[in-house]
Design a protein around this ligand. Structure first.
Ligand SMILES: CC(C)(COP(=O)(O)OP(=O)(O)OC[C@H]1O[C@@H](n2cnc3c(N)ncnc32)[C@H](O)[C@@H]1OP(=O)(O)O)[C@@H](O)C(=O)NCCC(=O)NCCS
Length: 373
């Protein structure tokens, strides 16, 4: 069995950002127009009037101040409220592949590797653009990587599950190095007309190079001390969009074909599960929570992260112990915890222990224990 390191991370951030105020102005314009158009039916009690959204609520309930998006104009147009991402010909690289290339090139450069050093590509994300061929094989072709590629989806936990799959391959000698990428266009499955969730998501892509420790040369490396995954079925976060929709015409275009959640229940269910999983994982590796210098947690909700850190540490975490990126990125699904790692690791001294953790739909939870080399 080979020892395995994370030797580089990469990030692709879309050029456009939407502030809470911009998002709320668009949502409220839609609400006003809907209520005006349905005034008589609302008066007769046949239709429920819609209620406006508020920037203050969004920041207080979630910690989110803005989000990066692939297309700003389509989302903010009150008559559309859907990103506009034109179709491309089969001869062009797809948009997920394009984001993946950006993040991958960043990660490869930081790891000091080229395509010739990589033996496999895993695309791990919440929403894949098409049924087939796998986006990973497209990324492989775009970067000129030999070997194999496959896609996997474990919603917000896709990256930690992808890291475990990559670690296994490298440990067993099936690959010298794996590129694991997380292209997330979360705005594509977000219902921007839903007041309860229209502010939740943003778009981004992350990449991680996982390779044999004895072949790693980069300045910033982390030993992977262990990975631990947990899934438990729940319907509280769900999206019923899929290839069988066309076989049930009555359901086409209904609300459940986009992201839906019971936010409060998710919050209550998931926080204790995550804290317990991380604590158990540390214990199995002979480590105390107090030894952990940094928690790179999934970035969905600031209050969730504060609570998880408090449950683990028995006190409030210092900002540097559980860094926050959701204030400017919002929830980027599987990319979130990797963005936190990418932007917050260079200051850690050699020997520092950190935990990368994801949680989300499934439920699915992942913990990866890292030690700075
Ligand atoms: C979604 C989330 C931010 C909502 O926060 P919350 O405090 O649970 O909010 P609630 O839905 O209970 O609503 C609380 C109040 O705010 C109101 N509210 C909801 N959306 C609002 C909006 N956009 N603007 C203003 N008020 C709003 C509600 O009407 C409700 O009012 P009431 O108390 O008068 O009934 C929070 O539940 C969450 O983040 N949960 C975890 C979600 C998660 O991580 N999911 C994983 C996704 S992969």
């Amino acid at each position: 069995m080979h020892n395995v390191v994370i030797s580089g991370t990469g990030l692709y951030t879309p050029a456009n950002s939407i502030s809470n105020d911009e998002l709320v102005a668009s949502f409220n314009a839609y609400v006003q127009q809907f209520n005006a158009e349905n005034a008589s039916a609302i008066e007769r009690g046949e239709v429920d009037a819609l209620t406006e959204s508020s920037s203050a609520f969004i920041e207080k309930a979630s910690g989110i101040k803005s989000r990066f998006v692939i297309d700003k104009a389509g989302i903010l147009d009150p008559a559309r409220m859907v990103p506009r991402i034109p179709e491309r010909s089969n001869e062009q690289w797809g948009i997920l592949c394009e984001m993946a290339i950006g993040a991958a090139q960043d990660a490869l450069a930081r790891a000091g590797k080229t395509a010739a050093d990589i033996d496999g590509v895993i695309v791990a994300c919440s929403n894949l653009q098409r049924a087939y061929p796998a986006v990973a094989i497209e990324v492989q072709a775009a970067l000129g990587i030999q070997g194999f590629g496959y896609d996997m989806n474990v919603a917000c936990s896709s990256a930690t599950f992808g890291i475990q799959a990559a670690v296994n391959s490298v440990q067993l000698g099936q690959a010298r190095a794996i590129l694991m990428v997380n292209p997330e266009i979360c705005t594509g499955h977000l219902n921007f007309r839903d007041r309860d969730s229209h502010f939740i998501f943003g778009d981004a892509c992350t990449a991680v190079i996982i390779e044999r420790a004895d072949q790693a040369t980069s300045a910033q490396q982390f030993d992977v001390l262990g990975t631990k995954l947990l899934t438990q079925f729940s319907n509280t976060i769900r999206n019923n969009f899929g290839f069988l929709n066309r076989a049930a015409e009555e359901g086409i275009g209904t609300r459940d074909k986009l992201f839906v959640q019971e936010g409060r229940k998710v919050f209550k269910d998931v926080c204790p599960m995550v804290a317990e999983l991380i604590a158990a994982h540390l214990q199995e590796n002979g480590l105390e929570v107090a030894q952990v210098k940094r928690f790179w947690l999934h970035q969905a909700n600031l209050n969730m992260n504060l609570l998880i850190a408090r449950k683990l540490l028995g006190r409030d975490a210092e900002p540097h112990e559980a860094p926050v990126i959701l204030d400017t990125y919002a929830n980027t699904s599987s990319a979130g915890s990797v963005i936190a790692l990418h932007k917050n690791h260079e200051d850690l001294p050699s020997g520092s222990i950190g935990v990368l953790s994801s949680f989300g739909a499934g439920y699915s939870i992942g913990s990866v224990i890292l030690r700075k080399r």
